[in-house]
Design a protein around this ligand. Structure first.
Ligand SMILES: C[S@@+](CC[C@H](N)C(=O)[O-])C[C@H]1O[C@@H](n2cnc3c(N)ncnc32)[C@H](O)[C@@H]1O
Length: 249
């Protein structure tokens, strides 16, 4: 990881508040909400007691999961993101600065009374933590979701090789990623896909994930899930993330 963690900056906190709590853009539904709904759907085959949202950012999907799960842990490496989720939970509101043009910004209010998880949100707990070096207390989950996380980890194998130890038998691991491998986040030797191997074969990330996960998980489904992040009033990132859903054997 870089010396400066961009996920601790005011710019990214505002961008993620907008992404996770702001209005839908270009008719693309809120990504955190969609992922949580899909996670709830896929985990109907097992108990829905305890869930973990790892790389939770400002907590939207964690809050969505509290509508069904008895207990939800949200963990993120960024203390500033975790503080934002905690402030929302405690005070029920937060103001963020939405970029318009240049130095012009709009002040936007997130008001928890507007959301269907306004009462259940107290079931979430938030922690600063490292997905590649999680403390042992984080285990026994019926669902673990890690959305758009693996291509931001310094060594995704550390997360993926041990995650089965934290999922209950029959429990669900739901991953999404646009697989935008970048050396500023992940040294090339740790990329799970997006490279040519020593035999000259092109390795895509889903293949790499199978190699890492198939010993302990069955692949249930893959889906394409779009999302849009606002940079300014006139510039947006429109991305397609691949969701893969795994059941712990
Ligand atoms: C691309 S954002 C995705 C956020 C959110 N899950 C979503 O789908 O919008 C990546 C997130 O992973 C977090 N992150 C990066 N490295 C991490 C690590 N080692 N452990 C836990 N979280 C990490 C970042 O702080 C950021 O919140």
């Amino acid at each position: 990881m870089n010396d400066v963690n961009i996920y601790e900056t005011d710019e990214l906190v505002s961008q993620y508040c907008d992404f996770q709590y702001g209005e839908d853009i270009f008719g693309v539904e809120n990504f955190a909400k969609v992922c949580a709904q899909k996670a709830i759907g896929y985990s109907k085959c097992t108990q829905q007691g305890k869930a973990l949202d790892i790389g939770c950012a400002t907590g939207r999907a964690s809050f969505e999961l509290t509508k069904v799960f008895d207990h939800v842990d949200g963990i993120d490496y960024s203390q500033t993101f975790i503080d934002t989720a905690l402030e929302l939970q405690k005070n029920g509101r937060i103001l963020y600065a939405q970029n318009r043009e240049g130095e012009l910004k709009s002040s936007i209010l997130v008001d928890m009374t507007m959301y269907s998880f306004r009462d259940s949100c107290i079931k979430a707990r938030f922690f600063q933590g490292d997905a590649c070096n999680l403390e042992s207390q984080f285990n026994g989950y019926d669902l673990i979701m890690a959305t758009n996380l693996i291509d931001r980890l310094y060594e995704p194998q550390l997360f993926l090789n041990t995650i089965h130890e934290r999922v209950t038998n029959g429990g669900i691991l739901l991953l999404t990623s646009p697989y935008t491998w970048r050396e500023e986040y992940t040294a090339k030797e740790f990329w799970i896909g997006g490279y040519t191997d020593e035999n000259g074969d092109e390795i895509l990330a889903l293949e790499g994930l199978k190699q890492l996960l198939e010993e302990n998980f069955d692949l249930l489904a893959t889906e394409e899930v779009p999302f849009v992040i606002r940079e300014t009033s006139r510039k947006f990132q429109h991305t397609i993330s691949q969701m893969s859903v795994w059941r712990r054997r």
